[in-house]
Write a protein that binds this ligand. Structure first.
Ligand SMILES: NC(=O)C1=CN([C@@H]2O[C@H](COP(=O)(O)OP(=O)(O)OC[C@H]3O[C@@H](n4cnc5c(N)ncnc54)[C@H](O)[C@@H]3O)[C@@H](O)[C@H]2O)C=CC1
Ligand SMILES: O=C(O)C1=N[C@H](C(=O)O)C[C@H](O)C1
Length: 266
């Protein structure tokens, strides 16, 4: 069987470098180029801290996609560039697998329309860890019975977006089944701005940023005389890689945009 030809955007980042390590081990994947915002023309093999893969770095996505024959672009960059890369990849007939978080609903809808027009698969997964996907599904199930819920996400302090993509996705999944309700006391007042967190359809979302953390989330439900906590912890970025591999395989079979790994898990 032919190997899937992959471009990685953000190869020197925490996730991008882990994705390179995953590609190095997977015989069915072939790294054909990388996209970075610097080091144009250098080879990934010149970076001692990265796996010894042979692939050129491009800083210009148009040039990269015109010169390189690729099937899939894995994007692990920033919200601004991730959106641009996804759109450009589709315009060049390359299927995007997007881990980058922070896209707006409007951007996801635009990309969905473009995917449909081009009849190309796209997978946008706010979290590639299978445990995190299950945590979100369990939270959605629990929300049917417990409408009072707060989400606490905790991440390393280099994270750009807040709340995390996982927290936003969790809130959206809960909203599908939870009766809409404004939580807390109707007369509650913040004496310190932001102390009640963000408001998503009346539920509260709190973001913590600390060195030492990787990616963690608790979804806490309150009922009469009881508390249910659903919790997931990623202690290492290896936890995301089986999901990235699954998404790369599955995106080759799709001709629409899929938002969330739960939609491709069997
Ligand atoms: N879906 C998931 O399971 C996960 C998603 N993420 C998301 O992935 C993204 C990256 O996260 P990290 O690796 O932790 O960040 P990072 O800051 O370590 O890496 C981002 C990389 O993108 C590169 N970059 C910036 N602008 C670029 C451009 N124009 N072209 C190409 N590369 C560019 C930077 O040089 C950097 O190496 C974030 O949006 C994060 O939220 C992170 C972990 C898991
Ligand atoms: O930036 C991160 O680290 C992570 N980002 C994703 C998110 O925003 O949910 C996934 C995971 O939580 C790690």
């Amino acid at each position: 069987m032919d190997k899937i030809k992959v471009i990685v955007a953000g190869p020197r980042g925490k996730m991008g470098s882990e994705a390179l390590r995953m590609i190095e081990k997977e015989e069915s994947l072939d790294l054909v180029a990388c996209l970075d915002h610097k080091y144009d023309g250098k080879n990934i093999s010149e970076f001692n801290e990265l796996p010894a893969l042979d692939a050129l770095i491009y800083t210009d996505i148009e040039k990269c996609l015109s010169e390189v024959n690729a099937d899939v672009l894995i994007d692990l960059t920033t919200p601004e560039f991730g959106y641009l890369h996804t759109k450009t990849a589709l315009q060049h007939g390359v299927r995007p697998v997007v881990g980058t978080t922070g896209f707006t609903d409007v951007q996801i809808e635009e990309l969905s329309q473009l995917a449909e027009e081009k009849q190309l698969g796209v997978i946008i997964a706010p979290n590639f860890a299978i445990g995190a996907v299950l945590m979100m599904q369990f939270a959605k199930w629990a929300a049917k019975y417990y409408p009072d819920v707060e989400i606490i996400e905790k991440h390393h302090d280099q994270k750009l977006d807040a709340p995390s993509g996982t927290a936003v996705k969790t809130a959206a999944l809960i909203k599908e089944v939870r009766e809409s309700k404004q939580q807390g006391h109707p007369n509650e007042k913040e004496t310190l701005k932001g102390s009640r967190g963000a408001d998503y359809d009346g539920m509260r979302v709190h973001s913590m940023r600390l060195p030492g953390l990787v990616a963690h989330q608790e979804v806490i439900f309150g009922g009469e005389g009881e508390i249910l906590t659903i919790k997931h912890d990623s202690m290492h970025r290896k936890s995301f890689m089986s999901g990235v591999k699954l998404a790369v395989d599955q995106v080759m079979k799709l001709d629409v945009l899929v938002y969330g790994l739960e939609n491709i898990l069997e």
